[in-house]
Design a protein around this ligand. Structure first.
Ligand code: NAP
Length: 291
């Protein structure tokens, strides 16, 4: 049997961690498969989708800027991909291209398994309104929290995200910028704060900053920063010093990758091997790339 080839496509791809984590999984499971990064400029992604259809590639991870084009190019979609309008995993199933989005499941699994947090009936704050925020807010909305405030630098994007989820789920979701009394008040009654902005990310726009005023943090919070490099971001550092519980982004990264692995191979993902490879990679000094 020929070696199977899986790939991540994106532009730019930078130092994507997916090849390291997925190759570790294939090796630990003793599968004859390789996982490669294929930098793919905008407009060239259809060629990759066709390669999956022809069997030249056995499956794909898709990252920025191809998540939305992939959404439109699939034969069918999972509920997660459909609700997010974005595909991050492509599976070839019964002669058809299936699009999934494992960010949603990766977020919820890491929140529940590693954060030991149940969002039902809670008040929460999500910082950011980009692609990752969309998965996080949609995932939270499926758990019936009492209220969620989406706070983002650009208010219009926070409002659009809050509205899109409210229309789908009927949950109380509001929007604000990052420096309002409304955010301070919501945080004071919240038990969950999730950062999805790239503030605090190594190699990002403001690597030394917390995305929110650190004096608004308190010990009753679980602070979940989905940024995975550095492993302790300035936000997590500030949260720890207030006595809050903390969770970094590697768990979500590995679990969304594990969900892709499971769909491609049908096998249970070798999580220990995936975490070991992921920890080693985020602890190195390479700059951050796409997931
Ligand atoms: P994105 O779509 O580009 O969104 C970026 C977000 O960060 C936007 O809300 C943006 O606000 C905000 N932002 C950027 N610079 C800012 C600044 N200087 N001050 C305040 N806000 C700023 O990116 P994404 O795909 O959502 O990813 C966001 C982060 O999540 C990245 O660090 C990525 O590595 C991480 N991530 C982790 C996982 C995981 O599995 N752990 C998965 C996906 C993403 P505006 O709307 O105002 O521009």
């Amino acid at each position: 049997m020929n070696t199977r080839t899986y790939a991540v496509i994106g532009w730019p791809l930078g130092h994507s961690l997916s090849p390291i984590i997925q190759q570790a999984a294939f090796d630990a499971a003793q599968l004859d498969a390789t996982y490669v990064a294929i930098p793919t400029p905008p407009g060239h992604e259809q060629r990759r989708f066709d390669e999956v259809r022809k069997g030249d590639l056995s499956g794909l991870n898709v990252t920025i800027p191809h998540k939305n084009p992939a959404f439109h190019a699939m034969d069918f979609l999972t509920e997660a991909a459909s609700s997010l309008g974005a595909v991050n995993t492509i599976i070839y199933e019964n002669g058809k291209l299936k699009g999934d989005n494992t960010d949603l499941q990766g977020f919820l699994d890491s929140l529940q398994t590693f954060g030991k947090f149940d969002p039902v009936g809670t008040n929460a704050v999500v910082l950011g309104a980009g692609g990752a925020a969309r998965a996080v807010v949609h995932a939270l909305a499926t758990c019936q929290p009492e209220s969620v405030l989406v706070a983002n630098r650009t208010l219009r994007r926070a409002q659009e995200l809050a509205t899109s989820v409210t229309e789908i789920r009927g949950t109380t979701i509001q929007a604000s910028t990052l420096d309002t009394d409304q955010l301070e008040a919501q945080l004071s009654k919240s038990t969950l704060l999730v950062n999805t902005t790239s503030v605090g990310m190594a190699g990002g726009p403001e690597p030394d900053k917390s995305p929110v005023n650190p004096s608004w943090l308190h010990k009753n919070l679980l602070v979940f920063d989905i940024v995975y490099r550095p492993t302790t971001t300035p936000l997590l550092h500030a949260a720890k010093s207030t006595g809050a519980k903390t969770l970094g982004g590697l768990e979500m990264l590995v679990l969304q990758g594990a969900a892709s692995f499971k769909q491609w191979t049908g096998e249970n993902p070798p999580l220990d091997a995936m975490f070991s490879a992921g920890w080693a990679a985020v602890s190195s000094n390479q700059p951050t790339g796409a997931p």
